[in-house]
Design a binder for this molecule. Structure first.
Ligand code: SF4
Length: 298
């Protein structure tokens, strides 16, 4: 291991636990793609395992901590973001990644999602969106399509799904993207960008749950809006991004999966930068004060 901030060559295998647990994800689960994208992205951005903290919520996605050898905090249901925020505030040098499923992040932790985006905390938030609660055996989630039948909605969901991309953009996220397990190259590139972004980077990662969501979307062709001439828009323009997201979120349930970077704002200061600017936070990591026996607390 090296000290935080020390540059060195990073091997992709460093992120694989020494005693590698057999993943207990079901065969064909989209969660494998998120793990692969992270293992590819972290060495490329130069973040070592000891510089990285992964906070997860409850759900199949929460098992990510067992398969990615970084610092980890498996939090309670829907609470990965507040824990991630606290860690980032205490030690801004840490690369903080939060992860969870659509039920965990958009439902149970929905309030944290909105306010972490609003305050533009500097971290990456990856939501494994498979439109279902997987770990608890297939209940309807906030992103399940209207009419979707499950044990909790046997006659079909009567409710429209929420629109997570528009939610985070409207709340204040400074990077918003959607990728899919079926497109590993794009997934890796988007995760790299999200990690390198200064501010709240929200990645809605479409994953399939072949066990509980038989309408899983792995067979639906996707379109990368940043590569297609049919979708020209300025991703630094909030209004154009909003319009593009509206189209994306409506088309998802009609069979067309539009993915890509939808909004990027490199200028908006992060929460920490704003607090430092008004003198509420010191420039050095708060954690250093706890380790400093000489520090005199006021
Ligand atoms: Fe993946 Fe679904 Fe199995 Fe969970 S239940 S591991 S989400 S396929």
């Amino acid at each position: 291991f090296s000290a935080i901030g020390e540059e060195r060559e990073i091997d992709r295998d460093e992120y694989t636990p020494g005693v590698e647990p057999q993943p207990t994800w079901c065969p064909g689960c989209g969660d494998f793609s998120v793990l692969k994208a992270l293992k590819q992205a972290l060495p490329e951005v130069g973040r070592t395992p000891e510089e990285t903290l992964l906070c997860t919520g409850i759900g199949c996605s929460g098992k990510l901590n067992s398969y990615l050898d970084t610092y980890g905090f498996h939090t309670i249901h829907g609470r990965s973001l507040p824990v991630a925020r606290a860690a980032k505030l205490a030690n801004p040098d840490l690369e903080v990644i939060a992860a969870g499923g659509d039920g965990d992040g958009y439902g149970i932790g929905g309030n944290h999602f909105i306010h972490t985006a609003r305050e533009n905390h500097d971290m990456t938030y990856i939501v494994f969106n498979n439109e279902i609660f997987g770990l608890t055996k297939g209940q309807t989630s906030p992103t399940s399509p209207k009419g979707h039948k499950s044990k909790t909605q046997p006659s079909g969901s009567a409710k429209e799904p929420i629109k997570p991309l528009s939610m985070s953009l409207n709340a204040g996220a400074s990077y918003v993207a959607r990728t899919a397990a079926v497109n590993p190259n794009q997934a890796k590139e988007i995760i790299i960008e999200a990690i390198e972004h200064d501010g709240f980077a929200h990645v809605d990662f479409l994953t399939q749950c072949p066990t509980w969501n038989k309408d899983a979307r792995q067979y639906v062709p996707y379109i990368d809006v940043n590569e297609s001439d049919d979708y020209e828009f300025d991703k630094t323009d909030r209004v154009e991004a909003q319009e593009m997201m509206r189209e994306t979120e409506e088309s998802l349930y009609e069979g067309e999966v539009l993915t890509g970077r939808f909004y990027v704002d490199e200028d908006r200061p992060s929460y920490t930068e704003e607090k430092q600017a008004i003198g509420e936070m010191p420039d050095e990591p708060l954690a250093e004060r706890y380790w400093d026996d000489e520090y005199e607390w006021e």
